[in-house]
Design a protein around this ligand. Structure first.
Ligand code: PRP
Ligand code: URA
Length: 205
């Protein structure tokens, strides 16, 4: 599946401030919300709709409404920074949670929590701001598929070439939406130029 990179001057503007190491957590959360909104719109452009007839004050009109449920699965904890925009845009959305934490030495993610709503028949969007090695994304995409998801997308704020390649190899049918496609991983498996540890910057830890 192709990689969709946000192309919007506002996305570039917000991303630059998000990367800035002097940006404090409160502003960082606002900027994450803004990029989450742009990604929420971009990643749902192809949602199926069905006809619905309503009575306007002047006449009957047949328009479209969303045809299928939407489920967002944030990867804890940093994925929480991208969840609210989806909740604000899609009031009927359900939320599942997958808790993963990368080991500081090996960068391999360990699972510590999983709670998912019914996924069959829904568009499932896994959200996690950082796609670095791709290990967390691949684990989560595997879990949601094992739980019945058939129509799955992945949305992140920053991605690396290594992470995108890994997801595309293990889950080739999953479209990836990203606000920035960065240069590489460094020796510690952080994205370069990146923005550092997203969870730490989001929550001031
Ligand atoms: C970060 C980030 C992703 C993961 C990406 O989470 O939010 O979940 O790393 O790295 P990967 O592609 O190499 O798996 P982290 O494990 O630091 O946990 P946190 O969200 O609790 O900070
Ligand atoms: N997780 C982060 O928060 N940042 C990175 O650069 C890589 C993984």
């Amino acid at each position: 599946m192709p990689l969709h990179v946000l192309k919007h001057p506002l996305a570039s503007h917000v991303m630059t401030h998000l990367r800035d190491e002097s940006t404090k957590p409160a502003t960082f959360r606002t900027l994450s919300y803004q990029l989450g909104l742009l990604l929420a719109i971009e990643s749902t452009r192809d949602l199926a709709t069905t006809d619905k007839t309503v009575q306007t004050p002047l006449e009957e009109h047949t328009g479209q409404v969303l045809a299928r449920p939407l489920v967002i699965v944030p990867i804890l904890r940093a994925g929480l920074g991208m969840t609210q925009p989806f909740l604000d845009l899609f009031p009927d959305v359900s939320v599942g949670y997958v808790g993963l934490e990368r080991d500081h030495e090996t960068a391999v993610a360990r699972s510590y929590y999983c709670k998912l709503p019914p996924l069959a028949g829904a568009r499932v969007i896994v959200v996690d701001p950082m796609l670095a090695t791709g290990g967390s994304a691949v684990q989560t995409l595997t879990v949601v598929k094992e739980n019945g998801a058939k129509d799955v997308s992945f949305a992140c704020i920053v991605s690396s070439p290594e992470g995108v390649e890994t997801v595309q190899k293990d889950h080739p049918e999953v479209p990836i939406y990203t606000a920035a496609f960065d240069r590489e991983l460094n020796g510690a498996k952080y994205i370069m130029p990146g923005l550092g540890d997203f969870g730490d910057r989001l929550y001031g830890t």
